[in-house]
Design a protein around this ligand. Structure first.
Ligand SMILES: [Zn+2]
Length: 102
Protein backbone atom coordinates (compact mmCIF):
# COMPACT_ATOMS: atom_id res chain seq x y z
CA UNK A 1 0.00 0.00 0.00
CA UNK A 2 1.23 3.46 -0.88
CA UNK A 3 0.10 7.08 -0.60
CA UNK A 4 0.58 9.56 -3.45
CA UNK A 5 2.75 12.38 -2.05
CA UNK A 6 -0.10 14.92 -2.24
CA UNK A 7 -2.44 12.83 -0.06
CA UNK A 8 -3.68 14.47 3.15
CA UNK A 9 -5.08 11.83 5.53
CA UNK A 10 -6.07 14.31 8.26
CA UNK A 11 -9.45 13.37 9.72
CA UNK A 12 -9.84 10.03 7.93
CA UNK A 13 -12.82 8.21 9.44
CA UNK A 14 -12.48 4.66 10.85
CA UNK A 15 -15.21 3.53 8.45
CA UNK A 16 -13.03 4.68 5.54
CA UNK A 17 -9.93 3.06 7.04
CA UNK A 18 -11.84 -0.24 7.07
CA UNK A 19 -12.70 0.18 3.39
CA UNK A 20 -9.01 0.96 2.68
CA UNK A 21 -8.03 -2.39 4.24
CA UNK A 22 -10.64 -4.29 2.23
CA UNK A 23 -9.87 -2.58 -1.09
CA UNK A 24 -6.15 -3.15 -0.48
CA UNK A 25 -6.76 -6.89 -0.08
CA UNK A 26 -8.66 -6.96 -3.39
CA UNK A 27 -5.79 -5.21 -5.21
CA UNK A 28 -3.32 -7.61 -3.59
CA UNK A 29 -5.32 -10.61 -4.79
CA UNK A 30 -4.95 -9.27 -8.36
CA UNK A 31 -1.23 -8.59 -7.73
CA UNK A 32 -1.63 -4.86 -8.50
CA UNK A 33 0.02 -2.10 -6.43
CA UNK A 34 -2.47 -0.24 -4.25
CA UNK A 35 -1.96 3.52 -4.42
CA UNK A 36 -4.27 5.97 -2.67
CA UNK A 37 -4.36 9.19 -4.70
CA UNK A 38 -6.66 11.28 -2.51
CA UNK A 39 -8.27 11.36 0.91
CA UNK A 40 -9.01 14.80 2.39
CA UNK A 41 -7.17 16.76 -0.33
CA UNK A 42 -7.41 18.01 -3.87
CA UNK A 43 -10.40 19.21 -5.84
CA UNK A 44 -13.49 17.07 -5.91
CA UNK A 45 -16.30 18.64 -7.86
CA UNK A 46 -18.77 15.82 -7.40
CA UNK A 47 -17.89 14.43 -4.02
CA UNK A 48 -16.52 17.54 -2.38
CA UNK A 49 -17.81 17.33 1.16
CA UNK A 50 -17.24 13.61 1.69
CA UNK A 51 -13.53 13.90 0.86
CA UNK A 52 -13.00 16.93 3.06
CA UNK A 53 -14.73 15.28 6.02
CA UNK A 54 -12.57 12.14 5.71
CA UNK A 55 -15.45 10.04 4.40
CA UNK A 56 -14.03 9.29 0.95
CA UNK A 57 -10.85 8.19 -0.79
CA UNK A 58 -9.60 7.49 -4.31
CA UNK A 59 -7.47 4.61 -5.63
CA UNK A 60 -5.27 4.71 -8.74
CA UNK A 61 -6.34 2.51 -11.64
CA UNK A 62 -3.82 3.45 -14.37
CA UNK A 63 -1.46 0.75 -13.08
CA UNK A 64 -4.07 -1.97 -13.71
CA UNK A 65 -2.92 -3.56 -16.97
CA UNK A 66 -6.26 -4.43 -18.62
CA UNK A 67 -9.69 -2.81 -18.72
CA UNK A 68 -11.51 -6.08 -17.86
CA UNK A 69 -9.34 -6.37 -14.74
CA UNK A 70 -10.32 -2.82 -13.70
CA UNK A 71 -13.96 -3.89 -13.89
CA UNK A 72 -13.28 -7.09 -11.92
CA UNK A 73 -11.42 -5.22 -9.16
CA UNK A 74 -14.16 -2.57 -9.00
CA UNK A 75 -16.92 -5.20 -8.73
CA UNK A 76 -15.04 -7.23 -6.12
CA UNK A 77 -14.46 -4.16 -3.91
CA UNK A 78 -18.15 -3.27 -4.21
CA UNK A 79 -19.16 -6.86 -3.36
CA UNK A 80 -17.05 -6.94 -0.19
CA UNK A 81 -18.36 -3.62 1.20
CA UNK A 82 -21.85 -2.92 2.51
CA UNK A 83 -24.56 -0.75 0.99
CA UNK A 84 -23.41 2.09 3.25
CA UNK A 85 -20.43 2.51 0.92
CA UNK A 86 -20.70 3.90 -2.58
CA UNK A 87 -18.01 2.61 -4.93
CA UNK A 88 -17.77 4.59 -8.17
CA UNK A 89 -15.56 3.79 -11.15
CA UNK A 90 -14.35 7.16 -12.45
CA UNK A 91 -12.26 7.60 -15.64
CA UNK A 92 -8.97 7.88 -13.69
CA UNK A 93 -9.67 6.23 -10.33
CA UNK A 94 -12.00 4.25 -8.10
CA UNK A 95 -13.81 6.55 -5.69
CA UNK A 96 -15.12 5.07 -2.42
CA UNK A 97 -17.26 7.02 0.02
CA UNK A 98 -19.06 6.19 3.22
CA UNK A 99 -22.58 7.53 3.44
CA UNK A 100 -24.90 5.38 5.52
CA UNK A 101 -28.45 5.07 4.24
CA UNK A 102 -30.77 5.27 7.18
ZN1 LIG B 1 -13.10 10.78 -4.97
Amino acid sequence: MELKQSVKPLGIKPEILLAVFIASEVYKSFEVDFVITSIADGKHAQHHSLHYSGNAFDIRIRNIPEKPMIDQIFLEIRRRLTKDYQVILEPTHIHIEYQPLF
